[in-house]
Design a protein around this ligand. Sequence first.
Ligand SMILES: Nc1ncnc2c1ncn2[C@@H]1O[C@H](COP(=O)(O)OP(=O)(O)OP(=O)(O)O)[C@@H](O)[C@H]1O
Length: 305
Amino acid sequence: MSPSVLSVDTVSRWYGNVVAVNDVTMTIGPGITGLLGPNGAGKSTLIGMLAGFLAPSAGSVTLDGTTVWKNPDVYRAIGLVPEREAAYDFLTGWQFVLANAELHGLADPGAAAKRALATVEMEFAQNRKVGEYSKGMKQRVKMASALVHDPAVLLLDEPFNGMDPRQRLHLMELLRQMGAEGRTVLFSSHILEEVEQVAQQIEVMVAGRHAASGDFREIRRLMIDRPHQYVIRSSDDRGLASALIADGSTAGVQLDDGVLSVEAVSFLRFTELLPRVARDAGIRLFEVSPTDESLESVFSYLVKS
Ligand SMILES: Nc1ncnc2c1ncn2[C@@H]1O[C@H](COP(=O)(O)OP(=O)(O)OP(=O)(O)O)[C@@H](O)[C@H]1O
């Protein structure tokens, strides 16, 4: 498979006065890219523009240098697995995939549908109606229809949503296979653990903006190496507060109504500092709990940085 590269160049997309995607520039090459971001970050909108379903309001999306929007030649190289369930519940899996093969005008739609259903291991259920499939089976049949024309680019919008662990593993394996074949695969998710298990490259979006980019180690580091808030219980909170202030490497120490809270500048430095300071002061630690670990707080930190 010849390598295909999607380029997003200063792309924005607005709906009325809602800016869904705000001045995003990124390059997506062969292998697996995870598009990570909380709900409403603009992931679906970006995928719609990558797939040629939505026009950018500004900027351009190109595949190997050719504009994607309004370009049927480019659509032949792209497969999209949308977030919504297939609306064709009354068709069998076979009919659904075959219809897509015919819409693409393939020379031998039957052979293409057979091959695509085999790739996702759905032949066993191909004669049952899509409406009777489990969530994971629906996802696989949508994937077969996206793969029916053997595209170099595969885009999947929240493909792991609602899947059980077994279905999840199966889909991860399929994505790895697609990546190993040299396809350019991009999938969106709001769960870091999901993305880092399968994506070589991670692009983070928050509130329409491109917040971070890198492999999972870099993204983990960005998320961990940021100010963290902790509540600490110890044998001598007041003594510990003084010792931490004296050390000077924490951003803030507060003792309010007997609750000791600390803002650490860096997670890694703090995990080394705290036990040492406590030991030197002869104080025992009972509990150290983070207070701002929600994914939203991590994401909003990334946007500010
Ligand atoms: N057709 C539309 N009309 C108006 N606003 C829209 C439309 N589609 C999306 N939006 C808005 O654009 C923003 C980005 O939405 P988008 O669906 O792209 O985000 P997302 O990251 O995919 O989130 P989710 O995972 O919840 O789908 C949101 O504020 C959303 O309300």
